[in-house]
Design a protein around this ligand. Structure first.
Ligand code: CO
Length: 496
C-alpha cells in the first residue's frame, strides 16, 4: 500500500511537471520563439497557469496535506517538507480563479503598455496600467493577509520571514552608511576604464564566457547557455538548468559579469538534490538566497584580484591588442570603478544599492498612499538627484527603465540588495572556514568555494528559511555591517 506521504509526492511532482513545462515555454519565448508565435504562446501559458492552480488547490491535495500535517510518524525532514507544502497550498487557496485571471490579464496588458511607453519615452502610456496593477496588488495583500504592513504580504512571497519594518531599518543603514561612504570615494582620483569599451569580438567573448562557466563548475551535461536580450537563469529540474547571457561588442564587462552572475544562480539550482524534485526540499529557499549565490560569484569572487590573477592572462591571450597596455592591477581597479549611473543593471557593486533603495522607497510610498502614480517620475528624479547626484534626462532611462512593475512584481527589488548583503556575510565566513581560499582562487581552483556552498546552502533546498540558513552558517542574522566592512576593506585598497 502506498503511504500518504508517497501519494502526496506523486501529486506534488505532477504540479512541478506543469509548472516547469510552462517554464520551458517561457525560456523558449525569450530565446528561440519566432515573432509570430507570441499570441498563442500567451494562451498556452495561461492554460498551464490555470491547470497549475487547479492541481495545486485540488481537494485531493488538501486531504493529503491535512492528514499529513499532524502525522507524528514522519521524520523531521518529511515534517518540514509537509509543513512547507501546506503553506504553499494555503497561500494558493487564498486566490480565487477570477482573481488569478484578472491579474494575469492586467499583467499582460501592463507589460505591453510598458514596452510602448519605454520606447516612446512616455510615462502617461503606462501610468493607468500601473495604477490598476497597484490596486490589484493591494487587493492581493488583503487576500493573503499580513500582520503589520500590506507590503509584508508581498515580501513573504519572495523572502519569507522578512518584514517591511526590518527592510526600512536595513535601507536606513544603507542611507546613513553606504551613501556617505560612496561620496568619499567619488572625491578620489577617477579610475580610467576606457579600455573596457573598445571593440571585443562577439565569438571570442562567447568562448571566454563558456570557459568561465566551466571553471566555476557549471555542469554542461545538466545545463546550457544561450543568448537573450536580458540575461536570466531558469531551470526545469536540477539536471536541466538554462542560463542566458548578452554580448555587447563595444563593452567587455556586460558579458563577463552577466555570465558569472547567472552562473552563480545556475550552480545553486544544479546543487539542489535531484531526488527531491517536486518537494519543497527540491526548490530554492528564497529570492534573497538565490541572489546571494549569483552575487557571491559575480562580486566577491568574480571582481576579486585573486580571480583575475588567474584569468587575466587568459583574457589577454584572447584580446592581446585591446589589453596590451593594461596591467592586472589596472584591470582590477577598472572593473571595480565606483560611479553613479542612471541604469541599475549597469551599476557598480556599491551604488547598485541606491538604485534598489529608491525603488523600495517608491513602492512603500505608493502602498501607503503617500504618492500618486502620476507623480512618480518627479519623485524618481528627485531621489536620483539626492542619493546619486545625477539628473535623469528622460523617463525611459528613469522611472520606466525596469520591467518589474509591469509584471506586477512589487516587493521583489529588495531581494537584490538582501542577496548582496548575504553574499558578503557568507563569503567572509567561507574565508574563515576554507583553508587558503584566496590562494585556491589565485590558482583558478574554484572547487573548494563551490563545495562549501553546496554543503552549506544548495543541498538543503527549501528545508530552511533564509534566516535559519544564515544563522546556521554565520551564527547570526543578516548583518549589514558585514557588507560595509567588506566594502571598506576592498575599496580603501582600490582607491588608496
Ligand atoms: Co540575479
Amino acid at each position: 500500500m502506498t503511504s500518504k506521504y508517497e501519494s502526496l509526492a506523486v501529486l506534488l511532482k505532477k504540479l512541478s511537471d506543469i509548472n516547469y513545462a510552462s517554464g520551458l515555454l517561457q525560456w523558449d519565448q525569450e530565446v528561440n520563439m519566432p515573432e509570430k508565435g507570441g499570441e498563442i504562446r500567451a494562451q498556452q501559458l495561461s492554460t498551464l497557469a490555470g491547470l497549475s492552480h487547479e492541481t495545486g488547490t485540488s481537494s485531493e491535495m488538501e486531504n493529503l496535506l491535512s492528514e499529513l500535517i499532524g502525522d507524528s510518524k514522519l521524520d523531521d525532514r518529511q515534517k518540514r517538507n509537509v509543513k512547507e507544502a501546506y503553506r504553499n497550498f494555503t497561500d494558493r487557496k487564498k486566490y480565487t480563479t477570477q482573481f488569478v485571471i484578472e491579474m494575469s490579464t492586467t499583467v499582460s496588458q501592463g507589460f505591453q503598455a510598458w514596452q510602448q511607453a519605454k520606447k516612446e519615452n512616455n510615462f502617461n502610456l503606462f501610468a493607468p496600467h500601473l495604477q490598476k496593477l497597484m490596486d490589484l496588488k493591494l487587493k492581493e495583500c488583503e487576500l493573503l493577509g499580513y500582520e503589520d504592513h500590506p507590503y509584508d504580504a508581498l515580501l513573504n512571497q519572495h523572502e519569507p520571514g522578512m518584514t517591511t519594518k526590518q527592510l526600512k531599518k536595513l535601507f536606513s543603514d544603507v542611507r546613513t552608511q553606504l551613501v556617505p561612504y560612496v561620496q568619499t570615494l567619488l572625491e578620489k582620483k577617477k579610475i580610467d576604464d576606457e579600455f573596457t569599451r573598445q571593440h571585443y569580438d562577439k565569438q571570442k567573448q562567447w568562448d571566454f564566457g563558456m570557459d568561465l562557466l566551466k571553471q566555476m563548475g557549471f555542469d554542461f551535461k545538466a545545463g546550457r547557455q544561450d543568448l537573450s536580450s536580458h540575461p536570466f537563469t531558469i531551470n526545469f529540474n536540477s539536471r536541466d538548468v538554462r542560463v542566458t547571457t548578452r554580448i555587447n561588442e563595444n563593452d567587455l564587462c556586460e558579458m563577463i559579469w552577466s555570465c558569472i552572475h547567472e552562473g552563480g544562480h545556475a550552480l545553486y539550482e544544479q546543487g539542489i538534490p535531484f531526488e527531491n524534485y517536486g518537494w519543497p526540499s527540491g526548490e530554492f529557499t528564497s529570492l534573497g538566497i538565490h541572489e546571494s549565490q549569483s552575487r557571491l560569484w559575480e562580486n566577491n569572487v568574480g571582481r576579486s584580484l585573486s580571480y583575475w590573477k588567474y584569468n587575466y592572462p587568459r583574457l589577454c591571450k584572447v584580446f592581446p591588442d585591446q589589453l596590451k597596455k593594461i596591467s592586472v592591477e589596472h584591470f582590477y581597479k577598472a572593473i571595480n570603478k565606483v560611479e553613479p549611473s542612471l541604469i541599475r543593471t549597469n551599476a557598480d557593486e556599491l551604488t547598485y544599492h541606491m538604485h534598489v533603495m529608491i525603488r523600495f522607497e517608491i513602492e512603500i510610498a505608493l502602498m501607503e498612499g503617500k504618492v500618486k502614480v502620476e507623480d512618480l517620475p518627479q519623485l524618481w528624479n528627485a531621489r536620483y538627484k539626492e542619493y546619486l547626484g545625477i539628473e535623469v534626462p528622460d523617463n525611459a532611462r528613469g522611472v520606466l527603465q525596469d520591467v518589474h512593475w509591469s509584471h506586477g512584481s512589487f516587493g521583489y527589488f529588495p531581494t537584490y540588495s538582501i542577496g548582496s548583503f548575504y553574499a558578503a556575510q557568507f563569503f567572509r565566513q567561507a574565508q574563515k572556514e576554507i583553508k587558503g581560499l584566496d590562494q585556491e582562487i589565485d590558482n583558478g581552483n574554484l572547487k573548494p568555494m563551490l563545495l562549501w556552498l553546496r554543503e552549506k546552502i544548495h543541498r538543503h533546498g527549501r528545508l530552511y528559511t533564509s534566516n535559519e540558513l544564515c544563522n546556521a552558517i554565520t551564527g547570526k542574522d543578516l548583518d549589514f555591517g558585514e557588507f560595509m566592512e567588506y566594502a571598506k576593506i576592498k575599496y580603501e585598497q582600490i582607491y588608496n
